[in-house]
Design a protein around this ligand. Structure first.
Ligand SMILES: [Mg+2]
Length: 235
């Protein structure tokens, strides 16, 4: 225990699926721009796929704490965060730290999906969750595969995370196949005198945004395929 490295794990968007609860909540429009104030929103959140299983493995390899930012305007949420941990990860029930300044916690690693609560200034390594580098829990465990037992990583794969990864890749492939959105530069220029120029500019700007989005999806897909390949070679 003494030599284990300290790992902090965020809650919303990393362990718990806050966005999913908001999307399906009947009061989401009434509380627009302050969804963290929806009464009871932090109660009974679904775990992010793979999170609970990954936590179990990380618990053995690291000195793990849960580091979450509490909603100031919804103090019930503080209790619900505590209750969520007791329900889903009872072994960590006394490992909850609530803070708006995550950089003030000493440690080696921080897994977090946000960047505005001191994460970039954290003294250890910040694993920015839900980004192309760390799109899901499988990618986090792969990152730690040098520290963790390779058999543990392989075991995690068998718990269904690989299927999540495959589904995610499939979804991006499907999204990327919408080639009808891709429009070559200048295509509209031939018709520019037939339509209002302002409208054409707006349309061209939208097309450019969409092409940038498609390019980003392509990059993410490349990263995921790489992770999937690594998982397969670790069999
Ligand atoms: Mg978060």
């Amino acid at each position: 225990m003494i030599n284990k490295k300290i790992l902090y794990i965020d809650m919303d968007g990393v362990l718990c699926d806050f966005n999913k609860a908001v999307e399906s909540h009947p009061l989401k429009n009434k509380y627009k721009n302050r969804v963290d104030c929806i009464p009871g929103i932090y109660k009974d959140l679904d775990p992010i796929p793979g999170a609970i299983e990954a936590f179990e493995y990380l618990w053995d390899a690291f000195d793990v704490y849960i580091l979450s930012t509490p909603p100031w305007r919804n103090p019930d949420g503080w209790i619900h965060k505590k209750e969520w941990i007791e329900k889903h990860i009872p072994k960590a029930k006394r490992r909850l730290i609530l803070s708006h300044h995550k950089n003030l916690n000493k440690g080696d690693y921080l897994i977090d999906d946000s960047h505005y609560r001191g994460q970039p200034e954290f003294e250890g390594e910040w694993l920015h969750f839900n980004t192309p580098d760390f799109p899901n829990w499988a990618s986090i465990l792969l990152h730690f595969s040098g520290i963790m037992d390779k058999e543990i990583v392989a075991g995690f794969k068998e718990d269904g995370v690989e299927q999540d990864l495959e589904r995610h890749i499939q979804k991006i492939e499907n999204d990327s196949s919408t080639d009808q959105f891709k429009i070559e530069d200048g295509v509209l220029k031939d018709n520019i005198d037939k339509i209002d120029k302002e409208q054409a500019d707006m349309y061209n700007a939208e097309v450019e945004k969409m092409n940038i989005m498609m390019e980003a999806l392509g990059d993410e897909l490349k990263g995921l395929k790489n992770i999937s390949k690594q998982l397969n070679t670790k069999k």
